[in-house]
Design a protein around this ligand. Structure first.
Ligand code: SF4
Length: 466
């Protein structure tokens, strides 16, 4: 999972806007970040491992000159952390191509092998490099960006939202035909911004124009700032449900559906399942579950409390590199508030249970804080199958719900009661055509056994999250 942004303007340099956008997309990836801008056929580049806030100084932003640019926050789902910081850059005759990608290609290893057979010298093990190579090869051949991207889209399979630019030509963007990962367009006067989440547009004061539609290709000419668009193909929409449940910020709108309102609706769904329980206080696991927990408390007419306090200076457990560091990070990341939970029946709400070890530790903390009884409510149904489309959910054998019944999970995490939202709850809350493959094994794009094997080996060589 990553955060991407591209901006094209005719009046001012875009580096500051790209930088602030990265800060507002930080939740989508914390491994590395980068900005690439262009002016007078010259590229200006700064990439670094770590958070955007720590990676760019004022001097850096002043040196990143140009009215067109692309930026990226990296959370590695394929490849190693160190060799794949984006945006990627490739030479193409006179013009360089720059590209940032969010998603995951399921036919990456086939494409990688066939490019190498054709004599391409790939320098990373990241799927985005395959996309930029294919664009370059086709663009040199056709000199037509729409034809080139259409050709590339006919070759690549999986989830992809992409922004990029061709030096001295213009900004391009495209999204996979199922629309798995989000991508939106904003406008301010003649300037355009294309980014992963609409929250960014608020931050840089651009008007939300619309979503980039599934299968759509966009090009904005550098000189005229005219936006042109075409469709690669119409396919069945399959928006990732996890964007609403966990990943996106509550301020964001995806395909017109507010993330905040979807989480409120999940709170109402959980309330129906908990209406007969005696509960003294409802608390969220901060921060994603807060909206859902507040609505659950309102609907049940039960006290809402902040029973766990997050240390805001520690990174998300979701993206820590090893099991060992994930657990130790949680120890310093969350603290129970004894005044809110001691001697009470506590219902704790989280967005999901993945491996179960984080949930178990959270319940231990709540019990340490003196809770009399702990009910655990998950706004995501049991996650039983891996995600091959860019959300790093571990392999099937590591997903607790793929190996245990709900009662066995309850015992493992140490809850007195465990409640999950259902897949129908998710569909009712989001009200869109969704990918729910990690819940129901119905993958909108078929994943071959070879790709699954590649995914498992890739995970084994890297890290896991809980
Ligand atoms: S498998 Fe799950 S996490 Fe992956 S895209 Fe589909 S809904 Fe999202």
């Amino acid at each position: 999972m990553c955060g991407i942004i591209g901006i094209i303007d005719n009046q001012e340099d875009v580096s500051y806007k790209l930088y602030y956008s990265l800060i507002f997309l930080q939740h989508r990836g914390q491994d590395a970040c980068g900005i690439v801008t262009s002016e007078n056929n010259k590229l200006y580049v700064k990439k670094k491992n770590g958070l955007a806030l720590d990676s760019f100084s004022e001097d850096d932003l002043k040196l990143l000159v140009g009215k067109i640019g692309v930026a990226h926050n990296r959370y590695s789902t394929t490849g190693s952390i160190n060799d794949n910081t984006q945006p990627l850059i490739i030479n193409s005759n006179k013009n360089k191509i720059v590209l940032a990608h969010n998603g995951n290609l399921i036919n990456y290893s086939d494409l990688h092998s066939s490019l190498e057979k054709d004599g391409c010298f790939l320098t990373t093990d990241v799927d985005s490099e395959v996309i930029i190579y294919l664009i370059r090869r086709q663009y040199e051949f056709t000199k037509d960006i729409f034809e080139s991207i259409k050709f590339v889209m006919s070759k690549i399979k999986g989830a992809y939202s992409v922004v990029g630019f061709i030096e001295d030509k213009g900004l391009f963007a495209f999204r996979d035909p199922n629309g798995i990962r989000p991508l939106v367009i904003g406008k301010k006067e003649k300037s355009y911004a294309i980014t992963s989440e609409s929250v960014v547009l608020q931050t840089i004061d651009y008007d939300f124009l619309r979503d980039v539609e599934p299968g759509e290709i966009i090009f904005i000419n550098k000189d005229t700032l005219e936006l042109k668009s075409t469709k690669f193909e119409i396919s069945k929409n399959a928006y990732c449900m996890f964007e609403w449940v966990y990943f996106s910020r509550p301020e964001s709108l995806i395909q017109g559906r507010s993330v905040y309102k979807a989480r409120l609706a999940l709170g109402t769904a959980l309330a129906k399942r908990l209406k007969d329980e005696e509960i003294d206080v409802i608390i969220p696991v901060p921060d994603t579950a807060r909206t859902c927990a507040i609505k659950l408390a309102q609907d049940l007419n039960v006290n809402y409390g902040e029973g766990l306090i997050k240390n805001r200076y520690v990174g998300r457990t979701f993206i820590m590199p090893t099991n060992k560091s994930r657990i130790s990070t949680l120890n310093v990341k969350l603290n129970p508030v004894i005044g809110a939970i001691k001697d009470k029946v506590v219902c704790v709400v989280d967005d999901s249970i993945v491996r179960g070890s984080t949930s178990r530790r959270i319940i231990e903390l709540i019990r340490k804080g003196g809770a009399k009884k702990v009910i655990f409510a998950s706004s995501c149904p049991p996650i039983k199958y891996p995600c091959y489309y860019g959300i790093d959910m571990s392999t099937e054998e590591e997903l607790i719900a793929s190996n245990k019944t709900i009662e066995e999970i309850r015992v493992f995490i140490g809850a007195d009661k465990l409640i999950y939202a259902t897949i129908d709850d998710i569909k009712d809350a989001i009200k869109k055509d969704l990918c729910c493959a990690c819940l129901n094994n119905k993958y909108p794009i078929e994943v071959s056994d070879q790709s699954k094997l590649f995914f498992i080996n890739d995970k084994k060589n890297r890290w896991v999250y809980g």
